[in-house]
Design a protein around this ligand. Structure first.
Ligand code: KG4
Ligand code: ZN
Length: 402
């Protein structure tokens, strides 16, 4: 079954065709992220206008490329409307102006092509990036191109990779979706049955990265900028050295690890207040320099990732799961990926010393941030939610508490 997925909830315009929920046939993304940098954040009106400009070129591109993995897109269009069984579109949550562009386009296509639509919850769809077969995963584990105009699309259908250790999710599974607007934990009992277990009480983890990045002067490159600054600190200070954390008077700074209690909820809003205090202190002490900035970035990354790993593992133990699935933009974070890998390997043995074996699944970086591949994959596993185009509406405040 081939599903055309459309994603336009924020500042990415994306379309993809995915077969049987796991084989990526085509995947195109245009982003207006770079444009928003000069404003220090996403401007909804600007994002919506860019969606309008990009949606037709992105769809033309996605339908105009090869119908099977690995075939040459320059050979001309091989996918046409008769190949598509259904259309999947993000209906929420997201920015209303951006969402409407994808939703109305999907409805128009569904009407013109006489296809059903599967409405998709963007946050829940993120976790389906873990269902994509390694054979069709993008080779370069890099974020997709950030295109400021529709001529800068990046297609990944030629970049195919067979990853030897690719695992399929096994159930029950704990799924952590960690993005710019959401930090949610779900219990997954099969490919389509989900129960929401907890989420953030205030800021999302991605939001904490983004707000800290701005306090540290990194415009709005958010988590990626924090990751790079933290890495710079690590590169210049040997982790084995006792002075590793003692960067010019900052050695004693340890940011809080908020809400490390028994609940499966998160709270990240206090972090930015703590960081602001340190920033002000450093500026007063005339110690505001690259090294101290990098240190704060490092400690922010450590604090956020410590909490995400601890809560996810708490849920994994509580529900005795077979897999842990990580997804969303923050799952692109190298340190988070590393901490999950280490902590899953080091999980204590179960009762009577039986070996605990938990599958850890984290998508390639390009499928962590917003894309339409996971939208189409979600739809494959939720075909029972097919509707006529007439009943589809954008739902900016769509809940994830299912
Ligand atoms: O899933 P996503 O692309 O969009 C939403 O649905 O929100 O997530 C965007 C978030 C942003 O907060 C961004 O700062 C964060 O993902 N992010 C990262 C990294 N790359 C993107 N956070 C930490 N480390 C990264 N490398
Ligand atoms: Zn997202």
């Amino acid at each position: 079954m081939k599903i055309l997925g459309i994603e336009s909830s924020c500042d990415e315009t994306a379309a993809a065709v995915v077969e049987d929920g796991k084989i990526v046939l085509t995947n195109v993304i245009a982003s207006s992220t770079l444009m928003h940098r000069k404003y220090g954040g996403i401007v909804p009106e600007v994002a919506a206008r860019k969606q309008v400009e990009s949606i037709i070129p992105v769809l033309t591109e996605v339908m105009g490329v090869a119908a099977s993995p690995g075939s040459d897109p320059t050979q001309g269009p091989t996918l046409n409307k008769s190949d598509i069984d259904a259309i999947a579109v993000t209906v929420g949550p997201g920015l209303i102006g951006s969402l409407l562009v994808g939703v109305e386009t999907a409805k128009t296509l569904a009407f013109a092509w006489n296809k059903p639509i599967i409405p998709v919850n963007h946050v829940i769809a993120h976790m389906y990036a873990n269902f994509i077969s390694s054979q069709s995963r993008p080779k370069a584990d890099q974020p997709m191109v950030e295109a400021v105009d529709s001529s800068q699309f990046k297609k990944t259908q030629n970049d195919l990779l067979q990853t030897a250790n690719y695992k399929l999710p096994t159930f029950p599974a704990i799924s952590l979706v960690v993005s710019g607007g959401h930090t949610e934990l779900f219990l997954m009992t099969d490919g389509k049955t989900l129960k929401w277990l907890g989420g953030t009480l205030d800021d999302a983890a991605g939001e904490a990265f983004d707000k800290t990045a701005r306090l540290l002067g990194f415009e709005n490159r958010g988590g990626q900028a924090i990751q790079e600054a933290a890495q710079e600190l690590i590169n210049h200070n040997s982790p084995s050295s006792p002075s590793y954390l003692k960067v010019r008077g900052l050695g004693g700074v340890r940011l809080p690890r908020p809400l490390m209690d028994d609940s499966l909820n998160f709270s990240f809003s206090g972090l930015k207040t703590a960081i602001l205090r340190e920033v002000n202190k450093l500026k007063t002490m005339k110690q505001w320099n690259n090294q101290t900035i990098n240190y704060l970035a490092y400690e922010t990354q450590e604090a956020i990732t410590d909490v995400l790993v601890a809560k996810t593992l708490k849920a994994a133990k509580q529900y005795k799961v077979k897999s842990v699935l990580i997804s969303g933009g923050v799952a692109a974070n190298t340190r988070l990926r590393q901490k999950f890998e280490l902590s899953i390997i080091n999980l204590p043995a179960g009762k009577q010393g039986s070996k605990r074996s938990i599958n850890l699944l984290i998508p390639p970086v390009s499928l962590c941030t917003d894309n339409a591949v996971c939208i189409a994959s979600y739809a494959y596993f939720h075909q029972n939610q097919q509707q006529s185009w007439k009943s589809i509406t954008a739902s900016p405040n769509m809940s994830v508490e299912i």
